[in-house]
Design a protein around this ligand. Structure first.
Ligand code: NAI
Length: 214
């Protein structure tokens, strides 16, 4: 099997979608699926699917297709969903609270163990079953619990400083919502910048290019 680090970003970006579709099939009790059926379902070509999955050694069998449960499991392993990465969330404002409450971290390899905010009025407020802690407690918390992932839901202006501090405290991965593109100036640190507005712009691009000739 190829080392995951050598897989192209475009393939990696498609894996969560495979994982999601296979999870749905599994829930429906589907045991196996051909690459043609999977391609119809996912609106990808069958050869794209074969190529993608071959990057990891290929999971299909000629004449059988894919075993849904094992493919789901293997892709999950590649994605690290079995890792239970300890996760903290910084910024318990509107977005932070929504993410803490609505994202199922545990099915995606992360366990939310702490929520922090600089605003003392939020200290002790319960969000997603956790009491918000003041950022003054962040360093001691990191020392004691060694979180690996930080979700950043803080204003843009503070983000780089917060990230620098968190790297010093041992954080290795950032899920960054702050509208500030964290640059990876650090070795061995993973950053996933999320801009929901970019997705909307993809929609407006599509809307802008609808053929209205008829
Ligand atoms: P908000 O003002 O409701 O919450 C921000 C929270 O961060 C506040 O509770 C504040 O006390 C806290 N905070 C500020 N500095 C901090 C620090 N140094 N350490 C810890 N906590 C700190 O704002 P909202 O609506 O929750 O948005 C948060 C950020 O997310 C904003 O920058 C916003 O532009 C961005 N955003 C990003 C989206 C995306 O798609 N990436 C979508 C929506 C908002």
């Amino acid at each position: 099997m190829a080392k995951n680090g050598s897989i192209s970003t475009s393939v990696i970006k498609r894996l969560p979608r495979y994982y999601r579709f296979l999870g749905e099939l599994k829930k429906q009790g589907v045991e196996r699926i051909s690459s043609r059926e999977l391609s119809q379902l996912m609106k990808l070509t069958a050869s794209q699917i074969r190529q993608d999955l071959n990057c990891f050694g290929g999971f299909g069998q000629q004449g059988y297709g894919y075993h849904v449960d094992s493919l789901h499991f293997e892709i999950g392993k590649i994605l690290g969903v079995d890792k239970n990465f300890k996760t903290i969330l910084i910024g318990a404002g509107n977005l932070g609270r929504a993410i803490a409450t609505h994202i199922n971290f545990e099915t995606r390899g992360c366990k939310l163990i702490g929520i922090f905010d600089i605003n003392p009025e939020l200290t002790g407020v319960e969000v997603a079953g956790l009491k918000v802690l003041h950022t003054d407690e962040l360093e001691a918390f990191c020392k004691e619990n060694s979180p690996f992932v930080a979700v950043l839901c803080t204003p843009k202006a503070n983000t780089q400083k917060i990230a620098d501090d968190l790297v010093r405290m041992g954080i290795k991965a950032f899920w960054n919502y702050s509208h500030y593109d964290l640059s990876i100036d650090y070795d061995n640190i993973v950053v996933e910048n999320v801009h929901l507005g970019d997705s909307l712009l993809c929609l407006t691009y599509g809307a802008n290019n609808i053929d209205n000739k008829e």
